[in-house]
Design a protein around this ligand. Structure first.
Ligand SMILES: Nc1ncnc2c1ncn2[C@@H]1O[C@H](COP(=O)(O)OP(=O)(O)O)[C@@H](O)[C@H]1O
Ligand SMILES: [Mg+2]
Length: 360
């Protein structure tokens, strides 16, 4: 059982401050959808409007095609999970999970059977008689998810649920959450400021800045084809070059910069102020000049990161470029101070509207 969600031109104002600004998106039934963006960009406000704790100032929220205006939180088919789990510490795990069923008048035996079933689902079989206070952080997180699922919501709303856990557990729980979502088929709407979480777990990601949805796409497209400079910079690293467009056509442009004329992809629709973005892993470092987009450099800092080597190099005008070279196991490292060339394929770089132009 799952439902789709439509946000139809939704705004939310707090006094004269617009926290959510004309958001339009359709989330499919059974989809794992993440809203990704920095603190304060309006993510929690969007969840609160879906769950009914905040009313939109304008626009409509639909769940399963049904207009939610005037529907109170307890009338909506949603369950909400926060970072602060609000489990009852002095109750058993099973009683915590079954709490919502008890409120609904389900009898004791049925409640217990349902709690045991959900404990299997979240990979804590047989834990029903433990006290919540005996559980680790990750186990508590799973109990909270089981409790939310007990009332059979069509939509699960998760507001940065992993941010209180340590790094190892957070990474483990990513896979767990994804697996639980696939097993139940419930629509998950997940909120995070952590790009790794959003990319690793989601079917689609909506990237937000200053209340506006900047791009909605599959994780791979968010990373490989960011819509603007904000998305490119918020998700992953870039070398960013300023300049002016000299020529354009067929999805490509020539761009004049302080490092000379460079070529990169440029969307036919792009206009206004633009910059050139190229990711460090798409930079090559070589003895001789590359065929295109090649800049003479002097090698500066080198950082060995294990699976890759990060090289900072200075162009003759003083600008620093960064390349991340895969550690191929040969032990080859560039020499500090060496005169070399950094280059990149035009197809691996993009000229994008900068973030201020994108409405940030
Ligand atoms: N009840 C409120 N009254 C006034 N301002 C609010 C209220 N709730 C949120 N805001 C403001 O709206 C913006 C978005 O908040 P929020 O949705 O919590 O962001 P996020 O979850 O992305 O960190 C922030 O600037 C926040 O201060
Ligand atoms: Mg928030």
């Amino acid at each position: 059982m799952s439902a789709g969600i439509d946000l139809d031109d939704v705004c939310c104002d707090f006094g004269s401050f617009r926290a959510v600004d004309h958001v339009n998106v359709s989330i499919q039934p059974g989809e794992f959808f993440s809203f990704l963006g920095p603190s304060g960009c309006g993510k929690t406000t969007i969840l609160r409007m879906i769950s009914g704790f905040t009313e939109p100032s304008s626009g409509v929220v639909r769940i399963g095609g049904k207009d939610m205006r005037g529907q109170r939180p307890n009338q909506r088919p949603t369950a909400l999970i926060f970072q602060n789990l609000a489990l009852f510490p002095l109750m058993s795990v099973a009683d915590n999970i079954a709490f919502g069923l008890e409120v609904r008048g389900v009898d004791r035996a049925k409640r217990r059977a349902r709690a045991d079933e959900l404990l299997k689902l979240v990979d804590l079989p047989g834990a029903g008689d433990k006290m919540v206070s005996q559980l680790s952080g990750g186990q508590k997180q799973r109990v909270a998810i089981a409790r939310a699922l007990a009332v059979e919501p069509a939509v699960m709303l998760l507001d940065e649920p992993l941010s209180a856990l340590d790094l190892k557990l957070r990474q483990h729980m990513r896979a767990e959450l994804r697996a639980i979502q696939k097993r139940t088929g419930v629509t998950f709407i997940y909120i995070t400021h952590d790009q790794g979480e959003a990319l690793a777990m989601s079917d689609r990601v909506g990237v937000m800045s200053h209340g506006r949805l900047q791009q909605v796409a599959h994780p791979r497209d968010i990373y490989d084809n960011p819509a603007n400079g904000f998305v490119a910079s918020f998700v992953g690293e870039n070398n960013i070059l300023t300049g002016t467009v000299a020529e354009r056509g067929q999805g490509m442009a020539a761009y004049d910069t302080a490092l000379g004329r460079l070529r990169a992809r440029m969307d036919a629709a792009a206009e206004g102020a633009v910059k050139l973005y190229v990711r460090p892993e798409h930079m090559r470092l070589s003895e001789s000049a590359g065929a295109e987009n090649s800049v003479p450099v002097t090698v500066g800092d080198i950082a060995f990161e294990g699976n890759f080597i990060s090289v900072q190099a200075r162009a003759d005008n003083g600008m620093v470029l960064v390349a991340e070279l895969r550690n191929d196991g040969t032990g080859a490292m560039p020499a500090v101070g060496a005169r070399m060339h950094m280059s990149f394929d035009a197809a691996r770089a993009a000229i994008l509207p900068d973030e201020t132009a994108a409405g940030a």
